[in-house]
Design a binder for this molecule. Structure first.
Ligand code: FCX
Length: 435
Protein backbone atom coordinates (compact mmCIF):
# COMPACT_ATOMS: atom_id res chain seq x y z
CA UNK A 1 0.00 0.00 0.00
CA UNK A 2 1.34 3.46 -0.86
CA UNK A 3 2.27 5.66 2.08
CA UNK A 4 -0.39 8.23 1.11
CA UNK A 5 -3.06 5.54 1.10
CA UNK A 6 -1.87 4.19 4.44
CA UNK A 7 -1.89 7.65 5.95
CA UNK A 8 -5.38 8.30 4.58
CA UNK A 9 -6.59 5.07 6.21
CA UNK A 10 -5.23 6.15 9.59
CA UNK A 11 -6.97 9.54 9.27
CA UNK A 12 -10.18 7.89 8.07
CA UNK A 13 -10.24 5.48 11.03
CA UNK A 14 -9.76 8.39 13.44
CA UNK A 15 -12.59 10.42 11.92
CA UNK A 16 -14.87 7.36 11.68
CA UNK A 17 -14.55 6.92 15.42
CA UNK A 18 -15.33 10.59 15.99
CA UNK A 19 -18.37 10.43 13.70
CA UNK A 20 -19.65 7.31 15.48
CA UNK A 21 -19.36 9.15 18.82
CA UNK A 22 -21.05 12.22 17.35
CA UNK A 23 -23.95 10.14 16.09
CA UNK A 24 -24.24 8.16 19.34
CA UNK A 25 -24.18 11.19 21.63
CA UNK A 26 -25.74 13.93 19.50
CA UNK A 27 -27.42 12.19 16.56
CA UNK A 28 -30.86 13.60 17.34
CA UNK A 29 -29.74 17.26 17.68
CA UNK A 30 -31.54 19.59 15.25
CA UNK A 31 -29.24 21.61 12.92
CA UNK A 32 -31.91 23.47 10.96
CA UNK A 33 -35.51 23.91 9.88
CA UNK A 34 -36.90 23.59 6.39
CA UNK A 35 -39.35 26.07 4.91
CA UNK A 36 -41.80 25.49 2.09
CA UNK A 37 -39.86 28.03 0.00
CA UNK A 38 -36.66 26.03 0.42
CA UNK A 39 -38.37 22.85 -0.73
CA UNK A 40 -39.47 24.56 -3.96
CA UNK A 41 -36.44 26.82 -4.47
CA UNK A 42 -33.44 24.56 -4.77
CA UNK A 43 -33.08 23.70 -1.05
CA UNK A 44 -31.01 26.88 -0.65
CA UNK A 45 -29.66 27.23 2.88
CA UNK A 46 -30.64 23.75 4.08
CA UNK A 47 -27.78 22.04 5.90
CA UNK A 48 -28.18 18.40 4.96
CA UNK A 49 -24.86 17.13 3.63
CA UNK A 50 -21.43 16.38 5.06
CA UNK A 51 -18.42 17.14 2.82
CA UNK A 52 -14.96 17.14 4.39
CA UNK A 53 -12.88 18.67 1.61
CA UNK A 54 -13.99 22.32 1.65
CA UNK A 55 -16.38 24.80 3.25
CA UNK A 56 -17.95 27.90 1.69
CA UNK A 57 -18.55 31.16 3.53
CA UNK A 58 -21.06 33.45 1.82
CA UNK A 59 -18.81 36.50 2.25
CA UNK A 60 -15.30 35.10 2.35
CA UNK A 61 -15.64 32.40 -0.30
CA UNK A 62 -14.25 28.91 -0.34
CA UNK A 63 -11.79 27.46 2.16
CA UNK A 64 -10.14 24.14 1.45
CA UNK A 65 -9.56 22.42 4.78
CA UNK A 66 -9.43 25.86 6.36
CA UNK A 67 -7.19 27.49 3.72
CA UNK A 68 -8.52 30.35 1.59
CA UNK A 69 -7.43 30.70 -2.04
CA UNK A 70 -4.79 33.39 -1.26
CA UNK A 71 -3.46 31.15 1.53
CA UNK A 72 -3.29 28.19 -0.86
CA UNK A 73 -1.33 30.30 -3.32
CA UNK A 74 1.12 31.10 -0.52
CA UNK A 75 1.34 27.72 1.16
CA UNK A 76 1.05 24.93 -1.41
CA UNK A 77 4.22 23.68 -3.13
CA UNK A 78 5.01 25.21 -6.53
CA UNK A 79 6.72 23.91 -9.67
CA UNK A 80 10.38 24.85 -10.08
CA UNK A 81 10.39 28.47 -11.27
CA UNK A 82 6.60 28.70 -10.90
CA UNK A 83 4.47 30.87 -8.61
CA UNK A 84 1.11 29.07 -8.74
CA UNK A 85 0.22 26.07 -6.56
CA UNK A 86 0.54 22.57 -7.91
CA UNK A 87 -2.96 21.01 -8.00
CA UNK A 88 -1.48 17.75 -6.73
CA UNK A 89 -0.91 19.61 -3.46
CA UNK A 90 -4.52 20.71 -3.23
CA UNK A 91 -5.67 17.12 -3.77
CA UNK A 92 -3.40 16.00 -0.95
CA UNK A 93 -4.74 18.76 1.30
CA UNK A 94 -8.37 17.88 0.55
CA UNK A 95 -7.79 14.17 1.07
CA UNK A 96 -5.58 14.36 4.11
CA UNK A 97 -6.65 17.58 5.82
CA UNK A 98 -3.07 18.84 6.12
CA UNK A 99 -0.63 20.66 3.86
CA UNK A 100 1.64 18.42 1.76
CA UNK A 101 5.42 18.55 1.65
CA UNK A 102 7.27 19.05 -1.64
CA UNK A 103 7.98 15.30 -1.57
CA UNK A 104 4.28 14.42 -1.18
CA UNK A 105 3.44 16.51 -4.21
CA UNK A 106 6.25 15.03 -6.29
CA UNK A 107 5.08 11.59 -5.27
CA UNK A 108 1.53 12.31 -6.46
CA UNK A 109 2.83 13.78 -9.75
CA UNK A 110 4.76 10.62 -10.48
CA UNK A 111 1.96 8.27 -9.35
CA UNK A 112 -0.52 10.03 -11.63
CA UNK A 113 1.98 10.05 -14.52
CA UNK A 114 2.48 6.27 -14.07
CA UNK A 115 -1.26 5.60 -13.97
CA UNK A 116 -2.23 7.82 -16.90
CA UNK A 117 -2.56 5.11 -19.56
CA UNK A 118 -5.92 5.30 -21.34
CA UNK A 119 -7.07 2.15 -23.16
CA UNK A 120 -7.74 2.46 -26.90
CA UNK A 121 -11.43 1.66 -26.66
CA UNK A 122 -11.93 4.99 -24.84
CA UNK A 123 -10.54 6.89 -27.83
CA UNK A 124 -12.61 4.67 -30.16
CA UNK A 125 -15.77 5.57 -28.24
CA UNK A 126 -14.97 9.28 -28.58
CA UNK A 127 -14.14 8.82 -32.29
CA UNK A 128 -17.57 7.21 -32.84
CA UNK A 129 -19.23 10.56 -32.05
CA UNK A 130 -19.76 13.19 -34.76
CA UNK A 131 -17.06 15.88 -34.69
CA UNK A 132 -19.80 18.45 -34.00
CA UNK A 133 -20.58 16.81 -30.63
CA UNK A 134 -20.14 19.18 -27.67
CA UNK A 135 -16.82 18.53 -25.87
CA UNK A 136 -18.65 17.89 -22.58
CA UNK A 137 -20.61 15.07 -24.23
CA UNK A 138 -17.38 13.62 -25.62
CA UNK A 139 -15.82 13.97 -22.16
CA UNK A 140 -18.62 12.03 -20.51
CA UNK A 141 -18.58 9.34 -23.17
CA UNK A 142 -14.83 9.03 -22.53
CA UNK A 143 -15.35 8.79 -18.75
CA UNK A 144 -18.05 6.15 -19.16
CA UNK A 145 -15.89 4.17 -21.59
CA UNK A 146 -13.14 4.23 -18.93
CA UNK A 147 -15.55 2.61 -16.48
CA UNK A 148 -14.43 -0.79 -17.83
CA UNK A 149 -11.32 -0.15 -15.71
CA UNK A 150 -13.14 0.23 -12.38
CA UNK A 151 -11.45 -1.90 -9.76
CA UNK A 152 -14.36 -1.35 -7.37
CA UNK A 153 -16.96 -2.63 -9.88
CA UNK A 154 -14.85 -5.72 -10.56
CA UNK A 155 -14.20 -6.43 -6.89
CA UNK A 156 -17.84 -5.87 -5.96
CA UNK A 157 -18.95 -8.33 -8.64
CA UNK A 158 -16.55 -10.88 -7.17
CA UNK A 159 -17.76 -10.14 -3.64
CA UNK A 160 -15.95 -7.91 -1.13
CA UNK A 161 -16.33 -6.92 2.49
CA UNK A 162 -17.86 -3.44 2.91
CA UNK A 163 -14.89 -2.52 5.12
CA UNK A 164 -12.73 -2.59 1.98
CA UNK A 165 -14.90 -0.37 -0.26
CA UNK A 166 -12.77 2.69 0.53
CA UNK A 167 -9.62 0.97 -0.75
CA UNK A 168 -11.09 0.34 -4.21
CA UNK A 169 -12.62 3.82 -4.32
CA UNK A 170 -9.20 5.26 -3.54
CA UNK A 171 -7.55 3.30 -6.36
CA UNK A 172 -10.30 4.14 -8.87
CA UNK A 173 -10.12 7.83 -7.92
CA UNK A 174 -6.35 7.97 -8.33
CA UNK A 175 -6.56 6.20 -11.70
CA UNK A 176 -9.37 8.42 -12.95
CA UNK A 177 -7.61 11.65 -11.96
CA UNK A 178 -4.45 10.36 -13.65
CA UNK A 179 -6.30 9.58 -16.89
CA UNK A 180 -8.62 12.57 -17.26
CA UNK A 181 -6.08 15.05 -18.74
CA UNK A 182 -5.27 12.57 -21.50
CA UNK A 183 -8.98 12.05 -22.32
CA UNK A 184 -9.67 15.80 -22.25
CA UNK A 185 -6.62 16.63 -24.38
CA UNK A 186 -7.60 13.93 -26.87
CA UNK A 187 -11.02 15.57 -27.27
CA UNK A 188 -9.46 19.00 -27.77
CA UNK A 189 -6.95 17.83 -30.38
CA UNK A 190 -9.56 15.71 -32.16
CA UNK A 191 -12.16 18.48 -32.39
CA UNK A 192 -9.97 21.51 -32.98
CA UNK A 193 -6.51 20.40 -34.14
CA UNK A 194 -7.27 17.89 -36.91
CA UNK A 195 -6.68 14.92 -34.65
CA UNK A 196 -2.97 15.70 -34.30
CA UNK A 197 -2.49 14.23 -30.84
CA UNK A 198 0.38 14.92 -28.48
CA UNK A 199 1.83 12.17 -26.31
CA UNK A 200 2.10 12.77 -22.55
CA UNK A 201 5.42 13.79 -21.01
CA UNK A 202 5.79 11.69 -17.87
CA UNK A 203 8.39 14.06 -16.42
CA UNK A 204 5.98 16.99 -16.15
CA UNK A 205 3.65 17.76 -13.25
CA UNK A 206 -0.05 16.91 -13.75
CA UNK A 207 -1.16 20.42 -14.73
CA UNK A 208 1.71 21.22 -17.06
CA UNK A 209 1.51 17.80 -18.71
CA UNK A 210 -2.15 18.58 -19.39
CA UNK A 211 -1.15 21.92 -20.95
CA UNK A 212 1.50 20.10 -23.00
CA UNK A 213 -0.98 17.49 -24.32
CA UNK A 214 -3.43 20.25 -25.21
CA UNK A 215 -0.65 21.78 -27.31
CA UNK A 216 0.33 24.73 -25.09
CA UNK A 217 3.95 24.55 -23.97
CA UNK A 218 4.15 28.23 -23.09
CA UNK A 219 5.26 28.55 -19.43
CA UNK A 220 2.52 31.17 -18.86
CA UNK A 221 -0.20 28.77 -19.97
CA UNK A 222 1.25 26.04 -17.74
CA UNK A 223 1.10 28.38 -14.78
CA UNK A 224 -2.46 29.26 -15.73
CA UNK A 225 -3.38 25.56 -15.87
CA UNK A 226 -1.92 24.98 -12.39
CA UNK A 227 -3.94 27.90 -11.02
CA UNK A 228 -7.05 26.91 -12.99
CA UNK A 229 -6.87 23.27 -11.84
CA UNK A 230 -6.47 24.45 -8.24
CA UNK A 231 -9.27 27.02 -8.00
CA UNK A 232 -11.96 25.00 -9.82
CA UNK A 233 -11.44 21.82 -7.81
CA UNK A 234 -14.06 22.09 -5.07
CA UNK A 235 -16.80 24.38 -3.73
CA UNK A 236 -18.17 22.40 -0.77
CA UNK A 237 -20.77 19.66 -1.26
CA UNK A 238 -24.07 21.21 -2.33
CA UNK A 239 -23.22 22.51 -5.80
CA UNK A 240 -24.66 20.45 -8.65
CA UNK A 241 -21.49 18.62 -9.76
CA UNK A 242 -20.29 17.77 -6.24
CA UNK A 243 -23.71 16.85 -4.95
CA UNK A 244 -24.50 14.70 -7.98
CA UNK A 245 -21.21 12.84 -7.73
CA UNK A 246 -21.85 12.22 -4.03
CA UNK A 247 -25.51 11.26 -4.60
CA UNK A 248 -24.78 8.75 -7.36
CA UNK A 249 -21.79 7.46 -5.41
CA UNK A 250 -24.06 6.83 -2.43
CA UNK A 251 -25.71 4.03 -4.41
CA UNK A 252 -22.25 2.36 -4.50
CA UNK A 253 -21.87 3.36 -8.13
CA UNK A 254 -18.14 3.41 -8.82
CA UNK A 255 -15.94 6.48 -9.22
CA UNK A 256 -16.34 6.57 -13.02
CA UNK A 257 -20.15 6.35 -12.92
CA UNK A 258 -20.44 8.87 -10.10
CA UNK A 259 -18.04 11.38 -11.64
CA UNK A 260 -19.73 11.10 -15.08
CA UNK A 261 -23.06 11.92 -13.41
CA UNK A 262 -21.50 14.98 -11.78
CA UNK A 263 -20.06 16.07 -15.12
CA UNK A 264 -23.50 16.03 -16.73
CA UNK A 265 -24.48 18.53 -14.04
CA UNK A 266 -21.40 20.64 -14.66
CA UNK A 267 -22.44 20.78 -18.33
CA UNK A 268 -25.50 22.89 -17.43
CA UNK A 269 -25.37 26.64 -18.29
CA UNK A 270 -26.25 27.73 -14.73
CA UNK A 271 -23.22 25.75 -13.46
CA UNK A 272 -19.95 24.96 -15.28
CA UNK A 273 -21.09 25.78 -18.80
CA UNK A 274 -21.28 29.42 -17.69
CA UNK A 275 -17.54 29.76 -18.47
CA UNK A 276 -18.16 29.24 -22.19
CA UNK A 277 -21.30 31.40 -22.02
CA UNK A 278 -19.31 34.36 -20.66
CA UNK A 279 -17.01 34.47 -23.67
CA UNK A 280 -19.88 33.79 -26.05
CA UNK A 281 -21.77 36.71 -24.46
CA UNK A 282 -18.80 39.10 -24.73
CA UNK A 283 -18.13 38.11 -28.35
CA UNK A 284 -21.81 38.58 -29.22
CA UNK A 285 -21.72 42.03 -27.60
CA UNK A 286 -18.60 42.96 -29.56
CA UNK A 287 -20.15 41.71 -32.78
CA UNK A 288 -23.31 43.70 -32.20
CA UNK A 289 -21.23 46.82 -31.59
CA UNK A 290 -19.08 46.26 -34.67
CA UNK A 291 -15.97 44.92 -32.88
CA UNK A 292 -13.33 46.56 -30.71
CA UNK A 293 -13.48 47.51 -27.06
CA UNK A 294 -16.93 48.71 -25.98
CA UNK A 295 -17.42 51.68 -23.67
CA UNK A 296 -18.95 51.19 -20.21
CA UNK A 297 -22.14 52.83 -21.47
CA UNK A 298 -22.36 50.33 -24.32
CA UNK A 299 -21.74 47.45 -21.91
CA UNK A 300 -24.47 48.70 -19.60
CA UNK A 301 -26.91 48.92 -22.49
CA UNK A 302 -26.05 45.37 -23.55
CA UNK A 303 -26.48 44.07 -19.98
CA UNK A 304 -29.92 45.68 -19.77
CA UNK A 305 -30.84 44.17 -23.13
CA UNK A 306 -29.71 40.71 -21.97
CA UNK A 307 -31.91 41.01 -18.89
CA UNK A 308 -34.85 42.43 -20.87
CA UNK A 309 -34.61 39.42 -23.21
CA UNK A 310 -35.18 37.18 -20.18
CA UNK A 311 -31.60 35.86 -20.11
CA UNK A 312 -29.07 35.73 -17.29
CA UNK A 313 -25.77 37.62 -17.38
CA UNK A 314 -23.37 34.69 -17.37
CA UNK A 315 -20.59 34.71 -14.79
CA UNK A 316 -22.57 36.81 -12.29
CA UNK A 317 -24.56 35.71 -9.26
CA UNK A 318 -24.24 32.72 -7.01
CA UNK A 319 -26.50 30.48 -4.99
CA UNK A 320 -24.43 30.86 -1.81
CA UNK A 321 -21.73 33.54 -2.28
CA UNK A 322 -22.66 37.15 -1.55
CA UNK A 323 -19.38 38.91 -2.50
CA UNK A 324 -16.93 38.84 -5.40
CA UNK A 325 -15.78 35.24 -5.74
CA UNK A 326 -12.15 34.92 -4.56
CA UNK A 327 -11.66 32.56 -7.52
CA UNK A 328 -12.48 35.58 -9.75
CA UNK A 329 -10.05 37.72 -7.78
CA UNK A 330 -7.26 35.13 -8.07
CA UNK A 331 -7.66 35.14 -11.85
CA UNK A 332 -7.75 38.93 -11.92
CA UNK A 333 -4.45 38.99 -10.01
CA UNK A 334 -2.97 36.47 -12.44
CA UNK A 335 -4.05 38.69 -15.35
CA UNK A 336 -2.64 41.85 -13.72
CA UNK A 337 0.68 40.07 -13.36
CA UNK A 338 0.92 38.27 -16.70
CA UNK A 339 -1.35 40.01 -19.23
CA UNK A 340 -2.42 43.46 -17.97
CA UNK A 341 -2.73 44.90 -21.48
CA UNK A 342 -4.94 42.15 -22.93
CA UNK A 343 -8.00 43.66 -24.64
CA UNK A 344 -10.45 40.92 -23.70
CA UNK A 345 -9.26 40.94 -20.09
CA UNK A 346 -9.85 44.69 -19.98
CA UNK A 347 -13.40 44.11 -21.24
CA UNK A 348 -13.93 41.51 -18.46
CA UNK A 349 -12.81 44.15 -15.95
CA UNK A 350 -15.12 46.76 -17.47
CA UNK A 351 -18.01 44.30 -17.28
CA UNK A 352 -17.08 43.87 -13.60
CA UNK A 353 -17.37 47.64 -13.15
CA UNK A 354 -20.83 47.68 -14.72
CA UNK A 355 -22.83 44.49 -14.00
CA UNK A 356 -23.01 44.55 -10.17
CA UNK A 357 -24.56 48.03 -10.28
CA UNK A 358 -27.22 47.03 -12.79
CA UNK A 359 -28.09 43.78 -11.01
CA UNK A 360 -28.25 45.62 -7.67
CA UNK A 361 -30.49 48.29 -9.13
CA UNK A 362 -32.90 45.69 -10.50
CA UNK A 363 -32.89 44.04 -7.09
CA UNK A 364 -33.67 40.50 -8.20
CA UNK A 365 -30.36 38.66 -8.04
CA UNK A 366 -29.34 38.02 -4.43
CA UNK A 367 -25.69 38.30 -5.41
CA UNK A 368 -24.71 40.83 -8.09
CA UNK A 369 -21.00 39.96 -7.96
CA UNK A 370 -18.90 37.88 -10.40
CA UNK A 371 -18.26 34.17 -9.90
CA UNK A 372 -15.33 32.04 -11.08
CA UNK A 373 -16.67 31.77 -14.63
CA UNK A 374 -16.65 35.53 -15.31
CA UNK A 375 -12.88 35.63 -15.77
CA UNK A 376 -11.52 32.25 -16.83
CA UNK A 377 -12.30 32.38 -20.56
CA UNK A 378 -10.43 35.64 -21.20
CA UNK A 379 -7.23 34.15 -19.75
CA UNK A 380 -7.52 31.09 -21.99
CA UNK A 381 -8.17 33.22 -25.09
CA UNK A 382 -5.02 35.22 -24.33
CA UNK A 383 -2.87 32.11 -24.65
CA UNK A 384 -4.61 31.05 -27.87
CA UNK A 385 -7.30 28.69 -26.57
CA UNK A 386 -10.20 30.38 -28.31
CA UNK A 387 -12.44 27.31 -28.60
CA UNK A 388 -14.78 28.30 -25.80
CA UNK A 389 -17.00 25.21 -26.06
CA UNK A 390 -14.07 23.31 -24.56
CA UNK A 391 -13.77 25.42 -21.40
CA UNK A 392 -16.17 23.39 -19.25
CA UNK A 393 -14.04 20.29 -19.87
CA UNK A 394 -11.13 22.09 -18.18
CA UNK A 395 -13.43 22.87 -15.25
CA UNK A 396 -14.41 19.19 -15.18
CA UNK A 397 -10.84 17.89 -15.04
CA UNK A 398 -10.19 20.17 -12.08
CA UNK A 399 -13.48 19.32 -10.35
CA UNK A 400 -12.40 15.65 -10.29
CA UNK A 401 -9.83 16.52 -7.60
CA UNK A 402 -12.45 17.66 -5.10
CA UNK A 403 -15.35 15.33 -5.80
CA UNK A 404 -13.16 12.22 -5.96
CA UNK A 405 -11.33 13.11 -2.73
CA UNK A 406 -14.83 13.47 -1.26
CA UNK A 407 -15.94 10.08 -2.60
CA UNK A 408 -12.93 8.49 -0.87
CA UNK A 409 -14.19 10.06 2.37
CA UNK A 410 -17.78 8.94 1.69
CA UNK A 411 -16.59 5.34 1.47
CA UNK A 412 -14.13 5.62 4.35
CA UNK A 413 -16.89 6.96 6.62
CA UNK A 414 -19.39 4.43 5.28
CA UNK A 415 -21.94 7.16 4.47
CA UNK A 416 -25.44 5.88 3.67
CA UNK A 417 -27.31 5.81 0.39
CA UNK A 418 -28.90 9.26 -0.03
CA UNK A 419 -32.68 9.30 0.06
CA UNK A 420 -34.33 12.52 1.30
CA UNK A 421 -38.11 12.67 1.58
CA UNK A 422 -40.16 14.41 -1.09
CA UNK A 423 -43.79 15.49 -0.91
CA UNK A 424 -46.44 16.65 -3.39
CA UNK A 425 -47.98 20.13 -3.66
CA UNK A 426 -51.20 18.48 -2.47
CA UNK A 427 -49.29 17.47 0.67
CA UNK A 428 -48.00 21.06 1.07
CA UNK A 429 -51.53 22.49 0.77
CA UNK A 430 -52.86 20.04 3.33
CA UNK A 431 -49.95 20.89 5.64
CA UNK A 432 -50.64 24.64 5.39
CA UNK A 433 -54.32 24.03 6.10
CA UNK A 434 -53.39 21.92 9.10
CA UNK A 435 -54.94 18.76 7.62
N1 FCX B 1 -28.34 37.50 -14.43
C1 FCX B 1 -29.68 37.70 -14.44
N2 FCX B 1 -30.51 37.29 -13.47
C2 FCX B 1 -29.94 36.69 -12.42
C3 FCX B 1 -28.57 36.48 -12.32
C4 FCX B 1 -27.74 36.89 -13.39
N3 FCX B 1 -26.44 36.69 -13.41
N4 FCX B 1 -28.32 35.83 -11.15
C5 FCX B 1 -29.51 35.65 -10.55
N5 FCX B 1 -30.49 36.16 -11.32
C6 FCX B 1 -31.94 36.07 -11.10
C7 FCX B 1 -32.35 34.61 -11.07
O1 FCX B 1 -32.47 34.07 -12.38
C8 FCX B 1 -33.63 34.66 -10.31
O2 FCX B 1 -34.64 35.07 -11.18
P1 FCX B 1 -36.12 34.42 -11.11
O3 FCX B 1 -36.63 34.82 -9.75
O4 FCX B 1 -36.84 35.06 -12.25
O5 FCX B 1 -35.95 32.96 -11.25
C9 FCX B 1 -33.37 35.79 -9.30
O6 FCX B 1 -32.28 36.56 -9.83
C10 FCX B 1 -32.95 35.28 -7.92
O7 FCX B 1 -31.89 34.37 -8.10
P2 FCX B 1 -30.78 34.16 -6.97
O8 FCX B 1 -31.48 33.60 -5.77
O9 FCX B 1 -29.98 35.38 -6.80
O10 FCX B 1 -29.84 33.08 -7.66
P3 FCX B 1 -29.99 31.49 -7.68
O11 FCX B 1 -29.42 30.98 -6.42
O12 FCX B 1 -31.38 31.09 -8.03
O13 FCX B 1 -29.06 31.10 -8.90
C11 FCX B 1 -27.16 31.23 -10.27
C12 FCX B 1 -27.69 31.21 -8.84
C13 FCX B 1 -25.64 31.12 -10.23
C14 FCX B 1 -27.72 30.03 -11.04
C15 FCX B 1 -27.59 32.57 -10.93
O14 FCX B 1 -26.98 33.65 -10.26
C16 FCX B 1 -27.26 32.61 -12.41
O15 FCX B 1 -28.05 32.14 -13.22
N6 FCX B 1 -26.07 33.20 -12.80
C17 FCX B 1 -25.62 33.22 -14.18
C18 FCX B 1 -25.05 31.85 -14.57
C19 FCX B 1 -23.70 31.61 -13.91
O16 FCX B 1 -22.82 32.43 -13.91
N7 FCX B 1 -23.55 30.39 -13.35
C20 FCX B 1 -22.26 29.96 -12.76
C21 FCX B 1 -22.33 29.82 -11.23
C22 FCX B 1 -21.13 29.20 -10.54
F1 FCX B 1 -20.11 29.96 -10.30
C23 FCX B 1 -20.78 27.85 -11.09
O17 FCX B 1 -21.45 26.91 -10.68
O18 FCX B 1 -19.88 27.68 -11.93
Amino acid sequence: MSYIKEKFKVKADELSTEVKDLLKNHGSKVIGDVTIAQAYQGMRGITGLVTETSLLDANEGIRFRGYSIPELRDNLPKAVGGAEPLPEGLFYLMLMGELPTEADVQHLSSVWARRSHVPNHVFDAIEALPITTHPMTMFNVGIMALQTESLFAKAYAEGINKKDYWSYMYEDSMNLIARLPRVAAYIYRRKYKNGQHIQPDGLLDWGSNFAHMLGYDDEGFKELMRLYMTIHADHEGGNVSAHTTHLVGSALSDAYQSFAAGMNGLAGPLHGLANQEVIRWILAMQEELGGGTPTKEQIEKYVRKTLADGKVVPGYGHAVLRKTDPRFTAQMEFAKKHLPEDELVKIVWMVYDVVPGVLTELGKAKNPWPNVDAHSGALLVHYGMVEYEFYTVLFGVSRALGVLASLCWDRALGLSIERPKSVTTEWMKNFVEGK
